[in-house]
Design a protein around this ligand. Structure first.
Ligand SMILES: [Zn+2]
Length: 55
């Protein structure tokens, strides 16, 4: 699972496919909410605010 900003979306998708050998599902963080999970405040690849969840 990756949480990334707009800039690192492509990198995260490539990594996901490398690791899991299938395309990820991509969600916009502001359009989903998870009861048991608080979204991280920073991108996995930098310190910006994340925009996408890749699972
Ligand atoms: Zn980033």
């Amino acid at each position: 699972m990756y949480v990334v900003c707009n800039e690192h979306l492509d990198i995260a998708i490539e990594e996901f496919i490398d690791v899991y050998e299938q395309p990820p599902d991509i969600y916009e963080l502001d359009k989903v909410s998870f009861t048991d999970w608080t979204s991280p405040h920073t991108c996995d690849f930098c310190d910006k605010k994340p925009k996408y969840l890749i699972v």
